[in-house]
Design a binder for this molecule. Structure first.
Ligand code: C2O
Ligand code: CU
Ligand code: CU
Length: 471
């Protein structure tokens, strides 16, 4: 499949004009204190988390000189309310769809039964209600989120504001003593009137990127940190398409957890690639030294050799304000057991590709576009599978699998296989343009599970397949 580069350039030009337009009339206030996440009112207790979610349009006064902006929100809040539970809890959510489109709630990354997972086969029609119910097994502690998953509308419903966070905690959490900051990174694209802009042609190709990357709905908010203080940060990349290479220059950063929970031991890192849908847990230690530091930033990252857009400047996300000095206890040496999955009984190959020549089937998995009626693979409960995700494409595509967590074994870099330096539980992994990733997983529950690119515009256009897990 050839990449019509010139055609693409034309779209990019068109998009830039639209952006300049938008930027002309629209500026968001910045620098306010980091807004806390709204929490779901929990009517449960004693091992039960029980609450209500309503998806409906709301108007938020975003811009001082414009009409309020219409969002679609869970319980009137963007991001949607935080749901917190402990391993072993039963979660019951009464959901009402007050949108004009069908929707679902997908519990991204969580080991919930297939029929409770809000996949495209179980839409909730406009005006309808449904109850989601599941029990969180032991070992499921981690940083998750929920968002709509109706086929063809996921991207739009997410960029209109429908996404919320879900934390599963464990009773013996070795980092429970640290102050915790929750940081939801999202993307906002406004038109010149302060409304949420529709997707351009370039958005449909490259994935939607707006003028603003927000943290908890605010532009470059500020957070206080003391010299020497340790804080635990949970980060969500809830953007539709931005691959964020995040860094905290000057400060000490340890990776302590990935999508599906703690890694075995803290790892000192300089930066971390967080692709759309992905989460991470960090421990940040304040090291201001003599002066100002840039705070949380996204470093330049090129997500494919031939594709626009590339992020070529440092993007500031969050300002850190020095607030005194504090001594902190050392980090625990061990965080969790992360046993390696045994050798696989089944091996499969999943190849991403693009065909820009066919507007009806641009984004492909193994040469095919998503078909709800087609089973791409059949597996078995408890069986270890090894998948090689082949990035035979011109741009990066973050791979996501429903229903379980996987371990990355190795990935290629400039054509060479490199073993992954540590074990971790993921449900999203970026597959860079022209590179491949080898991973292993086990599905512990039967049913139909999706796997797809988590650039939501690609998913909506069919870069998705189905794994039927048999009991
Ligand atoms: Cu975050 Cu299939 O989705
Ligand atoms: Cu998911
Ligand atoms: Cu993609």
């Amino acid at each position: 499949p050839a990449m019509p580069g010139m055609d693409h350039g034309a779209h990019a030009g068109h998009d830039m004009a639209a952006m300049a337009d938008a930027a002309g009339g629209v500026t968001l206030p910045e620098g306010q204190p980091l807004p806390p996440l709204q929490r779901l009112a929990n009517r449960g207790g004693g091992g039960h988390v029980s609450g209500e979610l309503v998806a409906a349009p709301i108007k938020l006064p975003l811009l001082p000189r414009h009409q309020p902006t219409t969002f679609w929100a869970y319980n009137g809040s963007v991001p949607g309310p935080l749901i917190e539970a402990y391993e072993g809890d039963t979660v019951e959510i009464a959901f009402t769809n007050r949108l004009a489109q069908p929707t679902t709630i997908h519990w991204h990354g969580m080991p919930v039964p297939a029929e409770q997972d809000g996949n495209p086969h179980d839409p909730v029609p406009p005006g309808a209600e449904r109850r989601y119910r599941f029990t969180l097994p032991k070992g499921s502690a981690g940083t998750y989120w929920y968002h709509p998953h109706p086929h063809g509308y996921t991207g739009q419903q997410a960029y209109m504001g429908l996404a919320g966070t879900f934390i599963v905690r464990r009773r013996d959490d070795p980092l429970a003593h640290l102050p915790e900051q929750l940081l939801v990174l999202s993307d906002l694209k406004l038109d010149g009137d302060g409304g949420i802009a529709a997707n351009s042609m370039a958005d449909r190709h490259d994935g939607r990127e707006g003028q603003f990357v927000l943290v908890n709905g605010a532009l470059r908010p500020a957070l206080a940190l003391a010299e020497g203080e340790r804080q635990r940060w949970r980060l969500w990349n809830a953007t539709s398409a931005r691959i964020l290479k995040i860094a905290l220059p000057a400060h000490e950063v340890h990776l302590v957890g990935t999508d599906g929970g703690a890694i075995a031991a803290p790892r000192r890192i300089e930066h971390l690639l967080l692709s759309p849908g992905e989460r991470a847990e960090l421990v940040v230690t304040g090291r201001f030294g003599a002066g100002q530091t840039p705070g949380l930033v996204a470093l330049p990252y090129s997500r494919g050799k031939a594709m626009h857009p590339e992020q070529d400047a440092v993007l500031p996300l969050l300002t850190l304000i020095r607030h005194g000095r504090r001594a902190s206890a050392p980090l625990p040496a061990r965080l969790a057991e992360v046993p390696a999955l045994p050798a696989a009984a089944v091996k499969r190959r999943v190849e991403f590709s693009e065909n820009m020549a066919d507007p009806k089937a641009m984004f492909l998995i193994n040469g095919k576009t998503y078909d709800m009626a087609r089973i791409d693979f059949e597996g078995k409960v408890g069986q270890v599978e090894e998948w090689e995700i082949v990035g035979n494409a011109h741009m990066d595509h973050p791979f996501h699998l429903h229903g379980t967590q996987f371990q990355v074994l190795a990935r290629t870099e400039d054509g060479q296989w490199r073993d992954e330096p540590y074990l971790a539980w993921h449900d999203v992994v970026n597959v860079a343009a022209g590179e491949s990733v080898r991973l292993r997983f086990r599905q512990n529950l039967p049913g139909l599970r999706m796997f797809h690119c988590h650039i939501l515009e690609h998913e909506d256009q069919g870069m998705m397949g189905q794994l039927l897990v048999r009991a």
